[in-house]
Design a binder for this molecule. Sequence first.
Ligand SMILES: Cc1cc2nc3c(=O)[nH]c(=O)nc-3n(C[C@H](O)[C@H](O)[C@H](O)COP(=O)(O)OP(=O)(O)OC[C@H]3O[C@@H](n4cnc5c(N)ncnc54)[C@H](O)[C@@H]3O)c2cc1C
Length: 435
Amino acid sequence: MRLNDRAHSLEYPPSYYAATRNDDHRYPVLEGRVEADVCVIGGGFSGLSTALHLVQKGYKVALIEQCRVGWGASGRNGGQVIGGFGSQTQKAIDKQHGADVGQVFWEMGVECCDIVRDHVARFNIDCDLTWSYYDAAARPNELRDLEASMEDEIRRGYPHKQVLISTEETRQYVGTDRYIGGLTNEGWGHCHPLNLARGEAKALADLGGLIFEGSEAQSITYGTRPTVTTDKGQVTADFLVFCGNAYLGDLQPQLSWKVLPAGSYIIATEPLEEELAQKLLPTNAAVCDQRFVLDYYRMSADRRILFGGGTTYHGGHPKDIIARMRPKMLRVFPELENTKIDFAWGGNMAMTLSRSPHVGRLADNVYFTQGYSGHGLAPSHITGKIIAETIAGQAERFDVFSSLTHLPFPGGKYLRQPTLFIGMLYVKLRDELGI
Ligand SMILES: Cc1cc2nc3c(=O)[nH]c(=O)nc-3n(C[C@H](O)[C@H](O)[C@H](O)COP(=O)(O)OP(=O)(O)OC[C@H]3O[C@@H](n4cnc5c(N)ncnc54)[C@H](O)[C@@H]3O)c2cc1C
């Protein structure tokens, strides 16, 4: 099964999520001239969170999406609701700004999951949100790192329960012999991401936000009131926010220069018998292993294993996603040898060199958020919120984020993707060898 990732499509790429979306409401194509306070480009979680937070502050927002709401990574991902921005990013902030600002940054990493929780409750979004997560360790050093991370979280005041799991207890969480332990986290979990995105879009529209699908931002005139032009219309606004992430292309080279698209892939099995489902994931946790190029998986509400990973760095997608992903799933769950695969899909994540989200401004009235490096479902909810805060005049938290240094990938326009590919071959080899 090959992925058709053609932009400007008015249909979702086939996936388990597209097949089980709650409804198929369509938003109009932008036609004619629209005036707004803020124009948001991109209808993924970054754009939806930015827009939702702005409309709740009273701004008139126009969000334009080239395909459908949640068409990009937001509607195709593993559905893992994971907080934080990565330990390296946290260390960089602690070092650059000291402990107090470091703590503010850390709190944003907790708050991002709270925003998801709040949106689901407040806007009554049916997206199978479940709070159960398991970080799986395959090697003693990984287990030691998880323990250290738990202690750090406790020291900082993490409000949710975490439990370090020994080898003997592992099968109570994941039914495999692949791991020697892990760490549970009740503050992280999983959901149906496309239904979350579509639910947030509905909330945005209900609150008066304008959403346009099938409306690609093709050119921009910058100035005191930027104008975004699509093939049939224009939006002129006081502020512009770029949220196109890995799918933005060359519309704004200063942004695409700092991220590279990397593919990730998921297969969904047929629904499992209850007994087998219980054996494989007894606590219904979302699971990630600790490798750089990791496996991530979880159970859907209708008891399918959704197994993800297989990252590509060459800029294309594999010819056959099932052939790529099924052996990875069977290494963890050999019991699924005779289980049918019903869906296979993938999408592009935007990687930054530092693997930290890239948030900032290009001018006083032009903002952007991108580059979550494979971990953006919850983080994009807080970056959208802090951009909304900044537009409303509160830039403290934004300033912490935008202080992170982001270098372009080495190799220039034509060689940076091959350079990343070669670098990642080395990292994958280290993963396989456990070094
Ligand atoms: C297969 C896969 C699995 C993943 N699993 C997880 C996971 O389990 N947990 C996790 O935290 N993260 C995961 N991620 C990452 C996560 O999905 C992303 O970080 C997050 O969704 C980024 O949201 P976004 O809104 O910034 O980008 P996107 O969701 O990609 O949205 C960008 C949108 O902008 C639109 N756009 C681009 N250019 C234009 C334009 N010129 N005009 C109009 N619209 C435009 C695109 O069509 C797209 O809909 C995964 C990613 C992939 C691909």
